[in-house]
Design a protein around this ligand. Sequence first.
Ligand SMILES: Cc1cc2nc3c(=O)[nH]c(=O)nc-3n(C[C@H](O)[C@H](O)[C@H](O)COP(=O)(O)OP(=O)(O)OC[C@H]3O[C@@H](n4cnc5c(N)ncnc54)[C@H](O)[C@@H]3O)c2cc1C
Length: 434
Amino acid sequence: MRGYMDKKADIVIVGGGPAGLAAAAGACKEGVKADRICIVERDGELGGILNQCIHNGFGLHTFKEELTGPEYAARYIGQVEEMGIPCLLHTIVVDIRMEADGRKKVTVMNRSDGMFEIEAGAVILAMGCRERPRGALNIPGYRPAGIYSAGTAQHYVNIEGRMPGKEAVILGSGDIGLIMARRMTLEGAKVKLVAELMPYSGGLKRNIVQCLDDYGIPLKLSHTVVDIDGKERVKGVTVAEVDKNRRPVPGTEEYISCDTLLLSCGLIPENELSLDMGVALNPATSGPVVNESLETNIPGVFACGNVLHVHDLVDYVSEEAENAGKNAAVYVQGGKNKTGEESVAVRCGGGVRYTVPSIIHIAYMPEEQVIRFRVGNVYKNACLTVRFNDKVVMKMNKRVMAPGEMEQIKLKKNRLEEFEGLREITLSVQEEDS
Ligand SMILES: Cc1cc2nc3c(=O)[nH]c(=O)nc-3n(C[C@H](O)[C@H](O)[C@H](O)COP(=O)(O)OP(=O)(O)OC[C@H]3O[C@@H](n4cnc5c(N)ncnc54)[C@H](O)[C@@H]3O)c2cc1C
């Protein structure tokens, strides 16, 4: 798996998490020789964030089994190893540049070989995402020990076998925070509260039930931490209710003693490399804008997984990434530069925050195009409407739609082909009786 030193590849994949692994397998299945693909991973192991997710619940859709994160990753690592796809571990991609002939120069660095370049026909961005840090949250108070992002705490507990503290408050109800509430409880800590700024949770319903309700951990919606007590070590936090403008309501403050504050306030795609190379980003996802082939605005540069948009389930990451790999294979085997070709815009109408993809070239789309999207609020008895130009072509009812759950619809190619003058497809959501 190590020591790949051929400086030319058909496809370089940045990141060896579930997205990078499935993309590599997809490219190989589509006919690119295994030794012409190269996965570059900065960690010493493949598998990405899944290596620290030792809870089960992965792979229900793909394998119809409940796997742990490492077990799920092992299935894809096994595929990549069986195919003989080379991987550069302990190696970081520091830069990607375009050559005039369309080839890409990928600059990588590791301890044994220093800095060197790999020339590639196509690049797949699969760098995952990172947690929003405390600095971005503007919580007043000192900087005492005992404040961790939920993912860092997960790394301490699951990989290093250390406990961050004994009494915790968790700010943010994203999936990692919910999973860590349960994990800390199972390891003997007292999780006193999960406080969520928004009037709804950012996590999956199943995680609220299985990680909070089952353990009697309270969740306070429309609440935030307004002060952190303690100079050397966290001694407690003050939590307050917020109004509809997310401002603390005076008089609602409550002091909770604790030695640990975990922050689970959102994930941001790792987009520095993408930005540096001129990939256009979608402000709603902070990931690249992609077309039906998951190709960015730079021909031959594809994106998938959490670097593209934050996924709720890894099964969708694998499915999407395999397609990115297949499309990159088609590109290096003589695919076209689609810049300037006629395309259909996929737009967000009321209630929809983003869609992936946001551009479709009908000629290149598969027989059935999956459009993934998230809504911006909780909708009960929701109605999803799809319009081709101004004409309503599809309506679907859903009991509940929430920002924490990724949604998808499938569009058939023949319906797009048959609609004359199709310029834009708009998705919108509203409550049935509104
Ligand atoms: C804490 C947590 C709990 C989760 N729980 C569940 C669950 O219960 N069920 C479920 O289905 N999903 C769950 N998920 C979601 C799932 O794990 C992710 O959707 C999935 O791991 C995303 O895969 P990825 O390959 O896009 O990103 P990652 O897994 O983050 O992999 C990205 C890889 O890219 C590498 N990389 C980044 N930059 C560079 C660079 N410049 N050079 C080289 N390498 C680089 C990183 O080291 C990393 O290995 C969870 C996620 C988290 C964070």
